[in-house]
Design a protein. Structure first.
Length: 197
């Protein structure tokens, strides 16, 4: 049973460089969108800046379980497409709010996810994706989850950190511990070719 070697300093530097490049590319793609968006494990918030003279009746907003469309009537849509995962339409809402930043108002959209344990890579499937494996939820959000969901999210976060550091995931560690215990209980057996897979 061969132990995995930790990554070399050169390998770590290369990974950091790749990660920085990926983040910069992702940020540039997201900045090109006519809206900004954030998410928690439970919901998605979208904001769209519009001119100060726009009123609610000027807007064409459609929110269904699987689609969104937001436009000023008669103009090209700010966002129009399929969600990557379904939402709960009755829990979704939108408002038009004044802001201190130009252009003066913004459309604020709240989307309530059906699946409360899934990160979205984008708001609509036609938009560029973000890397959801790099999302670190705030602790306050984790504490709001029920016990089973929280344990699953914490396990996923632990496994992701372990993979990035070249370590074992929790499942791999559990298999290794079971094998070690079995070896100790059965010293008469030959485990020299045992592999964990």
């Amino acid at each position: 049973m061969a132990d995995e070697q930790p990554p070399s300093p050169a390998e770590l530097a290369r990974r950091d460089e790749e990660e920085s490049a990926r983040k910069a590319r992702e940020a540039a793609e997201q900045a090109q969108l006519p809206y900004k968006w954030t998410q928690t494990i439970r919901d998605v918030e979208v904001t769209i800046p519009v001119a100060a003279n726009i009123r609610g009746r000027d807007l064409d907003v459609v929110l269904t379980k699987t689609k969104i469309r937001v436009a000023i009537k008669g103009q090209e849509a700010f966002i129009d497409g399929e969600f990557p995962h379904p939402v709960i339409p009755d829990e979704c809402s939108w408002t038009l709010e004044s802001t201190s930043k130009p252009p003066g108002k913004e459309i604020s959209i709240h989307l309530d996810k059906v699946n409360k344990v899934e990160w979205w890579a984008h708001v609509v499937t036609s938009a560029p994706k973000i890397d959801v494996t790099k999302i670190t939820p705030e602790n306050s959000s984790l504490s709001e989850l029920d016990g089973e969901t929280r344990a699953m999210v914490e396990k996923m976060m632990y496994d992701q950190r372990q993979k990035e550091m070249g370590g074992l995931t929790s499942d791999e560690q559990k298999k290794r511990d079971i094998l070690k215990k079995f070896q100790e209980e059965h010293p008469e057996m030959d485990f020299s070719n045992a592999q964990i897979g």
